[in-house]
Design a protein around this ligand. Structure first.
Ligand code: C2E
Ligand code: MG
Ligand code: MG
Ligand code: MG
Length: 291
């Protein structure tokens, strides 16, 4: 891994990517100031409960509004932020901003029942729950509204530390979701050992489910397991009617994907939160399915 080879090696490590070493260096310099310059923004992607016909939450997804390059997606700067030791501060900003957005919505009479925030493995330190508590106290947001998305790698890093840290977070009243489920560790025992609320089925499984019988079987197994463990499910990256049909018929009825909406700025999310917004679309989808 480039990380262990030091920073200089890291600069040249990804020579196959679109960025040259110099471009990356420039981006690094800019990233150092992005937070204080207020260049980070959150987009929100709705999670639609297809049975209730309404939005049950939204995932907050970070973007970097670069003064010259415009909107930069996370895959271009989150790994850099992790490498540079900036991710903890940026991740704290994300949680605070998401909580403040919930309050801004509420002040405008708009209810966002849940906001999910991604947590980097490097952010998940022993002091993390204290920071989350401080943000909740500072913003006054109901902890039940905040959901933290952790990847399997985060949770599995150090098992005993994780159990304690997750327990502390749960005690605060926030809920915990496993992001990109199925793409990380092969051990499933953590699912019952850790105080989790939700699994997010990774988009790759959603894609495979309609491509092959093996893919379909895997999703059926994941859904059965989540149901058996009493975990909520969200299907990530649903784009097509066929994927919608398979996931909902299999029991993964909460959908987050381009089929319903890409991540959008907060002001564009507000109208999607009306209880009627997705009902017609869902009726249309259901009308196109023969069951
Ligand atoms: P993720 O947490 O798994 O987020 C889901 C990603 O899938 C988002 O990409 C979203 O735009 C994309 N997506 C949703 N529906 C569809 C679909 O139907 N089709 C396709 N092709 N893609 C879909 P995005 O916003 O580019 O974020 C990428 C990753 O960056 C996230 O994956 C997450 O791991 C990371 N990330 C984003 N914001 C933050 C943050 O604030 N903190 C940390 N640590 N990581 C973040
Ligand atoms: Mg996520
Ligand atoms: Mg994900
Ligand atoms: Mg993913």
């Amino acid at each position: 891994h480039a990380k262990s080879a030091g920073k200089a090696a890291f600069l040249f490590y990804d020579s196959s990517m679109e960025e040259t070493g110099l471009e990356r260096l420039a981006l690094e310099n800019d990233l150092r100031k992005a937070l204080e310059n207020n260049e980070l923004v959150l987009f929100y992607q709705p999670q639609v409960d297809t049975q209730a016909g309404k939005v049950v939450g939204a995932e907050a997804l970070m973007r970097w509004r670069h003064p010259e390059q415009g909107l930069i997606p996370p895959f271009r700067f989150i790994p850099l932020a992790e490498e540079m030791g900036l991710i903890a501060a940026m991740g704290e900003w994300t949680i605070r901003e998401a909580c403040n957005q919930v309050k801004r919505f509420a002040a405008a009479g708009v209810v966002l029942p849940k906001v999910a925030v991604n947590v980097s493995a490097l952010q998940f330190t022993p002091s993390f729950s204290r920071k989350v508590r401080a943000i909740l106290e500072e913003t006054g947001v109901d902890p039940g509204v905040l959901e933290l998305e952790l990847t399997e790698g985060v949770v599995m890093g150090d098992t005993s530390t994780s159990v304690q840290a997750l327990g502390e977070l749960r005690d605060l009243g926030v809920s915990l979701s496993i992001d990109d489920f199925g793409t990380g560790y092969s051990s499933l025992s953590y699912l019952s050992r850790f105080p989790l609320d939700e699994l997010k089925i990774d988009r790759s499984f959603v894609v495979d489910a309609v491509e092959s019988e093996e893919g379909a079987s895997l999703v059926r197994a994941i859904v059965a397991m989540a149901q058996g463990l009493g975990l909520k499910l969200v299907a990530e990256g649903v784009e097509t009617l066929e994927q919608y049909d398979f996931m909902t018929a299999t029991g993964a009825t909460v959908i987050q994907g381009y089929l319903f909406s890409p991540p959008v700025p907060a002001d564009e999310l507000a109208p999607l939160l009306s209880p009627w917004h997705f009902q017609e679309q869902i009726q249309g989808l259901e009308g196109n399915i023969q069951r």
